[in-house]
Design a protein around this ligand. Sequence first.
Ligand code: SF4
Length: 263
Amino acid sequence: MTKFQSALDHVHATLSDLREQGVELRASAAALTRLADTPTAAKPVPAPLPGSSPVSAKAGRLAALRGPVLACTLCPHLVKSRTQVVFGVGNPEAELMFVGEAPGEDEDLQGEPFVGKAGQLLTKIIVAMGFTRDDVYIGNVLKCRPDMPPSDSGNRKPKPAEMATCLPYLRQQIDIIQPRALVALGATAMEGLLAATEPMARLRGRWHDFHGIPLMATYHPAYLLRNQSLTEKRKVWEDMLLVLEHLAKPISERQRGFFLPAK
Ligand code: SF4
């Protein structure tokens, strides 16, 4: 990575942090990255996940929904730019479902949500809660990567109209899975789900309602990668403790103490 690209990545990260904190941005990240030329290589579309046998009713309904979503052309500009639709992954019988805003570059290439560095951190959070990635379901409000000019790297925030167009697919996934709790990762996901425009600092730490299903809001893992203070990690962890309590999962003293300052 060149120093120039590193500097641009830093600017992107700072813009994202400001957005997460609710600061209205007027600078265009796309305009900044237009200066860089980092073409990406497309990978072949991976084979669909093998179904379990016998296929549960929920798995069958998700599989039936998957085909039309993978072929969706409702957003012509995203159809042109995407490598593939990122449908969602996980356990059709999940009690807990995580919802992000949209696929990024890694997810667009691999066809799975949360597979980059932020995804690896989400996996750590899931494991710290006592689950595996296969126990939960992970999806995004927008199922195609927001388009970028051909010479640009990085990712952009999905537009409200794009999220509104795609949201019915997520609603169908949630209707099928019927998780006992949803976790929205980041302020943009909350905007897509509930049209909430408050900063995450005011949205997190309390339950919201998404069509009858309790919804916890917390910071996006990418935010934690950029803000590695114990205080910020603890905030996310306290949100997850609320989720575990809601699900009536056992919580050890060690888990309760994660990210507390040493005495
Ligand atoms: S973002 Fe959603 S609605 Fe738009 S083309 Fe992709 S799958 Fe279809």
